[in-house]
Structure formats: C-alpha cells, structure tokens
Ligand binder design. Structure first.
Ligand code: NAP
Length: 316
C-alpha cells in the first residue's frame, strides 16, 4: 500500500514511516492544493493529512472511486475534513486525540498569563530600547491567582486547562459543554454562553471547529464579558467572530485577548496586529518535539492497524 504524508515530520516519525511503509513524504510545509488533494485520493492507498488540507465535499465529488481508503489525520482537530463526504466515498478518517492535550493546555496558560500580565507588550518595550526602568505604577496588569475561569468546551483540553487553573492558580472554574462533566474538582456548568462570559475573568475557547461552533463567540458573547476580562482562544479561529473581537479590543470593552488561532489563518489582519492589548501566537498549541513525535506515531499506529485489517485505535 502506498502512503502519502503531506508534510515533513520529526526525524523519529519519518524514520518509522520509511521503515514500515512504502511512503512518499511531501517536502513542502504548505497546505495541499486542490490538485494535490485530488492526486492524493487517486494515487495513494493511505494519506496522512494535517491542518489546512481541506478535504471537503467538493474534493471527494471529483474523485469517483478513490484509491485512498484512509485519511489518518495528524492532529485532533478534523474541521478541515468533511467526514460525512469521506465516509460516503468509502474513506475512513482517524485523528490523534490525547497526544495533544497537555501541550495545548500549556499554551492556553501561557496566553492567560501573557495577556493578564501584558507580557507581549512588556517584551516589545524592552526590545525597543525605550524602557525607562521600574516604577510602582508601570504596566499594571491583572492578577491571575484566585480569579474566575470560564471554559467553552470542557473536553480533554478544556479540562486540562481547568485543572491547571484550579490546582495551580486557585481559580474558580465555570464551563459550557454539551454534557455535564465530573472533572474531579469543583466546576460549575453554565448553559448560557452570555451568562458564562459575564461571570468570569478569563474566558477560554476549547471547542472543536466546524459548522456547529462557527462564531459561537460572537458580538453578543463578547459584549457580555466584563471590561477587565480576557478572551483566550486555543481552539480554532472560526469559533470566534474575529471582526467582533477586533471591535471589542479597539473599544477597550474587554481588557485583552490571547490568540493561538485565527479565523482566516495564516492571515492575521493588520487591525489585530496593531493592537497592543492582544497576544498573538502562530498556532503553537502542540509545537514541541515530543508532542509532534507522539502525534506522528499515533497517526502511524492508525495506519498500521488499517493495513493489518484491525480496528483503528482512533477512528473518528
Ligand atoms: P474534545 O475532547 O472532543 O472536547 C471538545 C469539547 O467541546 C467537549 O467537551 C464537547 O462537549 C465540547 N463541545 C463540542 N461542541 C460544542 C458546542 N457546540 N457547544 C459547547 N461545547 C461543545 O476535544 P479536545 O481534544 O479537547 O480538542 C478540542 C479542540 O482543540 C480540537 O478540536 C482542536 O480544534 C483544538 N486544538 C487546537 C490546538 C492548537 O494547536 N491550538 C491543538 C489541539 C487541539 P461534550 O463533551 O459535552 O460533547
């Protein structure tokens, strides 16, 4: 069976893929073009795609009987794949849940702290050479310890964020999810997003992307937040209505935002880049050597199971 891996991987993952499979590892770091996706479905039995490789219904409709039988996604988020269209075309989809949880929760904490303590702004000040030196009222931010956290999407990552905030920072946890959770510490579910937004000091977005959650955090949710509150998004850019967020930040109707993801990634609007009260990271959620290797091995485990005719460990 021929395997296509759509991006360069860590050395460990590439070595294993070459040892176990008849593999082509695409050398480019860019997302697949439409033509490359058609070619992937026609010429390979197995494909390991990742973020931005948009296997939508249109792509599947152009390939009558795909040779490809498995899209083993590298990453937990599969909003770039139309799973229904894949299934209808006879293509199974798997992902890499769990491997990404702690690293992504760590980036959420990085953004909470950076946004609250104005760390990006402070770093820019020092680098500019214009820092006049310490004084008692310079660059005052927000205290994090003991504050209220709101998590939208209390799944693996949302719970890992809440755990860090509860045990590490003594924060009171509130959340919104489709079902009641028992995370093992006090956490209050609020069914209404605006009520959750109004309650907390830090509102963190951790739901999957896709049609169901697009613009879940809209102008009304942002308007419900308190003026000293911060919005953190480590999920998918499209979950937050970016124009409404920019307006809220420009009007200083919220204190700040920490973003790892963007609505039209990798495009980050000039209006957002010009604001000092927003911390901007380049989708670093899972970007550690260990985690990217763990994700690659998990995707390869799914491919190996498929080739052996066994149940997939992580079928979507
Ligand atoms: P997960 O375990 O499936 O958790 C998702 C949570 O969202 C669940 O609690 C689910 O509620 C909740 N949810 C789903 N739809 C909802 C809705 N319409 N309203 C409210 N809650 C909703 O997924 P995960 O592993 O934590 O990953 C979450 C997402 O993070 C991924 O899909 C991915 O897009 C993103 N991510 C980003 C990075 C990064 O690099 N920044 C890295 C990894 C993942 P129920 O449990 O009640 O169904």
């Amino acid at each position: 069976m021929r395997l296509l891996i759509t991006r360069p991987m860590t050395t460990a993952v590439e070595e294993r893929a070459r040892a176990e499979f008849d593999v082509v590892i695409r050398p480019e770091t860019s997302v697949l073009s439409h033509e490359e996706m058609i070619c992937a479905l026609r010429e390979y039995d197995l494909v390991m795609p990742t973020l931005g490789d948009g296997f939508d219904a249109g792509v599947f409709s152009e390939v009558a009987e795909p040779r490809c039988k498995l899209l083993a996604n590298f990453g937990v988020g599969i909003n770039h794949i139309d799973v229904g269209a894949a299934k209808a075309a006879g293509v199974v989809v798997s992902n890499t849940p769990g491997a990404v949880t702690d690293a992504t929760a760590d980036i959420a904490l990085t953004l909470i702290l950076m946004s609250a303590r104005r760390a990006g702004e402070g770093e820019r000040l020092v680098r500019s050479g214009d820092w006049p030196g310490w004084h008692p009222t310079q660059m005052l931010g927000q205290h994090v310890t003991g504050k209220k956290l709101g998590v939208i999407g209390m799944g693996r990552i949302g719970t890992a964020i809440a755990r860090r905030c509860h045990f590490g920072f003594g924060m009171q946890v509130f959340y919104n999810a489709r079902s009641e959770k028992s995370p093992g510490f006090d956490a209050t579910r609020l069914l209404d997003l605006q009520q959750l937004a109004a309650e907390v000091d830090f509102l963190v977005v951790a739901v999957p992307g896709g049609a169901e959650t697009r613009h879940l955090v809209n102008a009304d949710v942002l308007a419900a937040m308190q003026p000293h509150a911060h919005l953190i998004n480590i999920a998918r850019g499209e979950v937050v209505q970016q124009e409404a967020l920019i307006a809220a930040l420009q009007g200083q109707r919220i204190a700040g935002a920490g973003l790892d993801v963007y609505e039209f990634e990798p495009e980050v609007p000039q209006d957002l880049r010009e604001l000092s009260n927003v911390t901007l990271l380049p989708h670093l959620g899972t970007a550690t050597q260990e985690v990217r290797s763990a994700m690659g091995h998990m995707a390869l485990d799914n491919i190996a199971a498929f080739v052996a005719g066994q149940p997939l460990p992580n079928q979507v």
